[in-house]
Design a protein around this ligand. Structure first.
Ligand code: NAI
Length: 294
């Protein structure tokens, strides 16, 4: 079904999604407004493929094919016009979690791309219907939420979020395609946080409350993480996971889900999150979050 995909945003998620699609022998273009981010994404993906080749997960020939299928480029050309292909079958947006910025991008893409191009957002928390609301009627029926998890090359779950306007056959085709590619698609309703991020709010929220009551020390961070991993069976503790996701991203998602639920206290963001964002302690990407990284 899918031979050519464009991915917008070469950050944590966009790069992982692009790598995964390339490994499915799909032609991929990964674009961003920031050339440094694009260079980093390229280095990370190539570095990851090198390691996978060393571990014999892929052959040299396979890696060469993936490399030939994955192109990197700017989102806009020097005239500030969109520079991505017009004829991709699917465009996945993985840019900053901001409703207005995403909506503006989709409106520009609506004019730029072929009528049959499917648009998808990887948003963690914004309503899919709000993102597609002002697009042309044909695009609305070709608009869907595709929520990948970090790291996208490894995590099998993909939440599939149709709106009331999404064509049923598109949802069905995508579910079948992802299943064939060994992902685990889960059909979700377009409700705040979908399934995982809604349930996960309390995983993070309660852990932050425990930390604030017991004292924000590295021993307490470690203790909560170990209890949940060793006794709760979670692969990662809440603090390790927040560091991986990015404290800023996780904070935005919490705020967005809280707003969407009319500020229900059980979804409220915690002051510790805000303090860490203000201090630039954003997790692994800044080498400092709840843990310190080299
Ligand atoms: P990130 O901050 O790592 O990357 C965002 C990228 O978007 C950056 O490279 C930035 O240059 C680019 N960007 C920002 N504004 C742009 C614009 N106007 N046009 C084009 N590019 C622009 O963010 P991350 O973590 O990759 O998140 C991206 C999206 O994926 C967000 O919607 C987030 O909620 C969602 N998401 C994040 C997950 C995570 O674990 N970090 C998991 C699942 C979804």
């Amino acid at each position: 079904m899918l031979n050519k995909v464009s991915i917008i945003g070469a950050g944590t998620m966009g790069a992982g999604i692009a790598q995964w699609f390339s490994q499915q022998n799909v032609e991929v273009e990964l674009v961003d407004i920031d050339s440094i981010v694009l260079e980093q994404a390229k280095n990370n993906i190539y570095g990851s493929w090198k390691k996978l080749e060393e571990k014999a997960k892929f052959t040299k020939d396979e890696i060469e094919t993936f490399i030939s299928k994955l192109k990197f480029g700017p989102l806009y050309d020097s005239n500030k016009s969109l520079a991505l292909a017009t004829d991709s079958q699917l465009v996945i947006e993985a840019i900053v979690e901001d409703l207005d910025i995403k909506k503006n991008l989709f409106q520009a893409l609506d004019e730029h791309c072929d009528e049959q191009t499917v648009f998808a957002s990887n948003t963690s928390s914004l309503p899919i219907a709000a993102l597609s609301k002002e697009l042309s009627p044909s695009r609305k029926s070709n608009f869907i939420g595709l929520h990948f998890f970090n790291p996208a090359t490894i995590m099998k779950l993909v939440e599939i979020i149709p709106t009331q306007d999404t064509k049923t056959e598109l949802t069905d085709q995508l579910i079948t395609w992802f299943r064939d590619k060994n992902k685990k698609p889960a059909l979700c309703s377009d409700s705040p946080g979908f399934i995982v991020n809604r349930v996960a709010r309390n995983f993070y929220g309660e852990s932050l409350r425990i930390l604030s009551e017991s004292g924000h020390t590295s021993d307490n961070v470690r203790r909560v993480d170990s209890v949940l991993k060793e006794c709760g069976g979670f692969k990662m503790g809440p603090f390790e996971l927040m560091d991986l996701i990015g404290i800023d991203i996780n904070y935005h998602v919490t705020q967005s889900v809280w707003d969407s639920f009319n500020k229900e206290p059980r979804f409220a963001p915690h002051l510790i999150q805000k303090q860490m964002v203000d201090a630039g302690k954003l997790g692994k990407k800044t080498n400092q979050g709840f843990y310190k990284y080299e």
